[in-house]
Design a protein around this ligand. Structure first.
Ligand code: MRU
Length: 342
């Protein structure tokens, strides 16, 4: 699988997901402003991938600071962190990764600025490596929930593309496939930005995992016909009570799953769990441009010019609709998470 994000020759190299599936192109970010713009414009997206990219953005910004004095260096890095943190509000991995970089910086007081700069690059690489390891652990735990012959519905893209590699929800599916289980994935196209159609379908086809694409409004009908055995999705933020913010439309899938007695699982690493947020009601939901809905990728208009649009990028699925949450430490009921990860 092509890396979503990597540190390469002193730059942050991103696979430009806004160009997939037609074009496989990379952006070499040579300053932190380009990294921030790439996050804002969804060139890199998915909560864990955003976190890793922001950490590398901090490391990149650090390289451009001219001073050799530690305190001046810390002062100069503050606005760089703030700039990266202001890109997207919902995925908590962004803030988690920036905070971890700040903590690393604080632990390096007394070392030369040259050493600090190198250590920040190394820390961002550790965040990336840990993300892949957590996804593989999640896959091992979650694969037991999938049986031979199962058809699994997923929403948005929670795959290798949304992480440093392997994926969260798609990691669970990938692990079951690697164990030799004959499975099939139903991918919701995921309006309006089509992460399911453009990214999940592409990613699974690359790995030859059978995938069928549907429009979002078909999921209920398939469930009613008994064609879905379970649902697995990712998360952008999990509140202390187990409520989950994820791509808009996730809540509808969870309601439909409940109505049809189909298990609904969320797969996410600890970097997505936000115990400081008591419930989903406190999660900031990103509002995006109307053009995402009124036109197809800035191309043909599919709604009248000037129409009023509401475009929240995420919704909240209440804990009571979630069968279990798959993490790198195992599988938990939503109300068990706070105790386990405190
Ligand atoms: O707007 P996006 O594409 O960043 O939204 C991505 C999602 O909602 C994913 O499901 C979530 O980040 C989990 S990714 C492992």
């Amino acid at each position: 699988m092509i890396p979503t994000v990597e540190w390469k020759d002193g730059a942050v190299r991103l696979l430009d997901q806004s160009r997939l599936p037609e074009h496989v192109e990379f952006i070499d970010c040579r300053d932190y402003q380009t990294v921030a713009a790439a996050i804002r414009e969804l060139r890199v997206r998915g909560a864990p991938a955003i976190g890793v990219t922001a950490a590398m953005g901090v490391a990149l910004g650090a390289q451009g600071i001219g001073t050799v004095d530690y305190d001046s260096f810390v002062k100069a890095l503050g606005p760089i962190c703030d700039h990266l943190a202001a890109t997207r509000p919902t995925a908590v991995n962004l803030f988690w990764a920036i905070e971890r970089m700040k903590q690393t910086l604080a632990s390096l007081r007394g070392r030369s600025v040259m050493d600090v700069k190198r250590a920040l690059i190394e820390e961002s690489q550790r965040i990336l490596d840990e993300d892949i390891a957590m996804n593989k652990a999640m896959g091992r735990h979650g694969a037991v929930l999938i049986q031979d012959g199962h058809t699994i519905l997923t929403h948005c893209n929670a795959g290798a593309l949304a992480t440093a590699g392997y994926g969260t929800a798609l990691g669970v599916i990938r692990a079951a496939w690697e164990q030799g289980k004959k499975i099939r994935v139903i991918a919701d196209e995921t309006r309006p930005v089509l992460q399911g159609a453009r990214l999940t379908a592409w990613e699974l086809m690359q790995d030859k995992i059978p995938v069928t694409l549907i429009t979002d409004n078909m999921a209920g009908s398939l469930m009613r016909q008994g064609l879905i055995h379970l649902c697995v999705v990712g998360a952008d933020r999990i509140a202390a009570n187990g409520d989950v913010a994820n791509k808009i439309g996730t809540y509808s899938v969870a309601v439909l799953a409940k109505a049809h007695h189909i298990p609904f699982y969320v797969a996410a690493p600890y970097s997505t769990i936000d115990l400081a947020t008591p419930s989903g009601d406190h999660i900031t939901i990103e509002q995006r441009r109307p053009e995402e809905i009124t036109s197809i990728f800035n191309g043909p208009m599919i709604a009248p010019k000037g129409v009023t649009v509401f475009n929240p990028a995420f919704d909240v699925t209440p804990a009571e609709l979630i069968t279990a949450i798959i993490t790198e430490r195992g599988i938990f009921k939503p109300n068990e998470l706070a105790k386990e990860f405190r």
